[in-house]
Write a protein that binds this ligand. Structure first.
Ligand SMILES: [Zn+2]
Length: 362
């Protein structure tokens, strides 16, 4: 029975799949689930007890979005998490809906091509600080990519909505919301915003072709760029994405001997990719797999990041070469296979991943 049939039979009458997400022993409260829907991704905040409500409707099922979970420092490998899910068949009120914000309701501060939206309650100095950070990030991204990055907007909220999403603003800029409890720590703002901004640059400025197989090549690049920007802006900081990833990688014993990593195989095995035909079964199977084997789901972010660092060690101009090659071929996997030196993306020794991530631990 497919998801459409389930909807027809009223199984998703309230349009929600209620899940509980744990990171290690603790509920992943404050993390967010991101469904990569078009034109805007859907951002769902994980609330107290790790509870998250995922809307299920025909549009989302037809779109077949990939799923990511983001923590305070950017994307979290799904294998650090465990999930339980239940269909909530009834009893969901409108009041429980994910809040959908229109940036037009907020104040706006234009920052060159970008913008900082904010609730009226957000102190002006925080808006200024965010604007400064955004323009610094743009500067570093411009140098790294050699192009003027596609515009982006962030929105500083004065509330802590459990789940929310923004529509693009009137100029078509994607808007990434930051709730009030997250505004205190700007490392989150750097890693989260730069990771998402890099996805935007790859799609809009560079026009890479979307490919599920290449998702960890792309996420590895986003993490790598977030890391570069972080280290440029906060040289003394110890909360960079690599440092955070290294800690979780070590805690899981990821450095133990074993087969070399293959970033394509990891993507095929562990992508949270929903098949539109059989979304319900796929979703259920996927969630069951997560519950029973949370340690082998998405290692891709860590290995992807490490591989980009390894390539840059071998050739400091690796990113430039890749960007030049992408101008003639928008297929990231094809380009990376051609441009890689030394360690191939489908055979990355475990000890090299441990060594590379370990460098950033203070
Ligand atoms: Zn990502």
């Amino acid at each position: 029975m497919g998801a459409e049939t389930l909807i027809d039979h009223g199984y998703f009458s309230d349009g929600k799949l209620r899940g509980t997400v744990f990171r290690g022993e603790k509920p992943a409260e404050g993390h967010r689930v991101i469904l990569r829907t078009q034109p805007e991704p859907l951002v769902l905040e994980i609330g107290p007890g790790g509870i998250v409500d995922v809307p299920i409707n025909r549009k989302i099922i037809a779109e077949n979005p990939t799923v990511e979970v983001h923590g305070p420092h950017g994307a979290v490998p799904l294998w650090n998490l465990s999930f339980t899910w239940a269909f909530t068949v009834s009893g969901c009120k409108n009041g429980d809906e994910s809040e959908f914000f229109d940036p037009a309701d907020l104040r706006v501060k234009e920052v060159g091509r970008d913008a900082v939206y904010s609730d009226v309650g957000v102190p002006p100095e925080q808006v200024e600080a965010a604007a400064t950070l955004l323009s610094q990030e743009r500067e570093v991204l411009r140098e790294l990519f050699g192009i003027d990055p596609a515009p982006i907007a962030i929105a500083l909220l004065d509330s802590d909505p459990k789940s929310f999403s923004f529509k693009s603003d009137s100029r078509g800029r994607p808007v990434w919301g930051i709730r009030s409890s997250k505004r205190r720590d700007d490392t989150m703002v750097i890693s989260f915003v730069v990771h998402e901004w890099t996805h935007g640059i790859l799609r809009e400025n560079i026009g890479i072709r979307h490919s599920p197989d290449a998702r960890f090549l792309e996420d590895g690049l986003c993490e790598y760029v977030a890391q570069r920007v972080y280290l440029t802006l906060r040289p003394a900081g110890s909360e960079s994405s690599a440092a955070v990833r290294n800690r979780s990688y070590r805690e899981r014993g990821g450095a133990r001997d074993g087969k070399n990593y293959d970033l394509i195989k990891l993507a095929r095995e562990h992508s949270a990719h929903l098949d539109a035909e059989t979304a319900a079964e796929t979703l259920i199977q996927y969630m069951e797999a997560m519950c029973h084997d949370p340690t082998e789901v998405i290692l891709g972010y860590e290995v992807g990041l490490a591989w980009w660092v390894i390539q840059t060690d071998a050739d400091p101009h690796f990113l430039e070469r890749v960007l030049a090659a992408l101008e003639t071929d928008p297929d990231l996997e094809v380009v990376l296979r051609k441009e890689q030196r030394g360690t191939p993306l489908d055979s990355i020794p475990r000890r090299d991943v441990a060594e590379v991530l370990g460098r950033y631990e203070n």
